[in-house]
Design a protein around this ligand. Structure first.
Ligand code: PTJ
Length: 263
């Protein structure tokens, strides 16, 4: 990727992530609205401190357990995740033997094909959601209602990221378990999902792959035990408290250091 960002720029990592999205936009993978959605995510990432916080680690462990217990897990891919973490999603798909499914809010056939082609070119074993879609999510009027007959329609667990609350709620209504990756702990998706990983997809997906490798050989009983002790509302509350404490600390440090204008 060509970039003008200086190697010593203090916000280089964050700027490089933006570049990936801009490149995805130029390739016709990301929609302009995806750039705006990312900005909202960046803001929450700034508030949590741009690192994977403890509540997210708990959610990642529970997600790994749920995905390993699932009979038919499916990984939903949109424009932003296809631009940001395509290789990691493919690793996740391989590790679980679960298909990737293109599912878009701003769906056009051309963009769905483009995303599927990109994933296939990078080595994805199975990509659904282009020619195989049916109207499979009752009560959902957005294009996200179009789901694969062999994927989300028959899945028991669906992993979503940068999602709209409507679909998460609709998937729950038809009996799916939903795992969401969302930097905003207040979003409807975050609150409706069974497990919410409050973290940036660029950190969360690789960590999820690692956790699945660790838990892969555990018994069903052990995995079920992990899920029994998991409480999503508690984890969301902990994420919010983390933000509150962090802001308090920063505020007190600022106020203690003083900054009067010399005259
Ligand atoms: O590719 P499409 O057509 O499916 O459209 C995708 C977008 C992202 C445009 C669509 O799903 C959308 O509008 O999403 P929302 O409703 O804006 O929700 C995005 C959520 O993801 C917000 O809560 C953001 O805080 C969060 N978010 C943004 N960037 C990241 C993120 N969460 C994790 N990692 C990020 N990098």
């Amino acid at each position: 990727m060509e970039t003008w960002i200086p190697p010593d720029h203090p916000r280089r990592e964050s700027l490089l992530i933006r570049e990936k999205l801009v490149e995805g936009f130029r390739e016709g993978i990301v929609v302009p609205q995806g750039l705006i959605a990312h900005g909202r995510g960046e803001c929450f990432d700034y508030l949590i401190g741009e690192r994977t916080i403890e509540p997210a680690r708990k959610a990642i462990k529970a997600s790994a357990a749920l995905l390993l217990l699932a009979r038919r897990p499916v990984i939903s891919v949109n424009g932003n995740t296809a631009a940001l973490v395509p290789e990691d999603l493919i690793k996740l798909s391989r590790e679980l033997g679960a298909p990737l499914e293109v599912n878009l809010f701003y769906r056009t056939r051309e963009r769905a094909e483009r995303i599927a082609r990109k994933l296939a070119m990078l080595g994805a074993p199975r990509v659904l959601g282009v020619d195989d879609v049916v109207e499979g999510v009752p009560g959902l009027s957005s294009e996200r209602r179009l789901v694969s007959r062999e994927g989300i329609l028959v899945a028991d667990v669906v992993l979503v990221a940068l999602e709209d609350g409507d679909r998460t709620e609709a998937l729950k209504r038809i009996g799916k378990k939903v795992i969401a990756i969302d930097l905003n702990p207040l979003s409807r998706t975050a609150r409706a999902a069974d497990i919410t990983i409050v973290d940036n997809v660029v950190r969360a997906v690789p960590l999820l792959v690692e956790e699945i490798k660790i838990l892969k050989n555990r018994s069903r009983e052990e995995l079920e035990e992990i899920l029994k002790s998991y409480d999503n509302n508690k984890v969301l509350g902990e994420a919010l408290l983390h933000i509150k404490r962090r802001l308090e600390e920063i505020s007190l440090t600022l106020m203690g250091s003083g900054s009067t204008i010399a005259t």
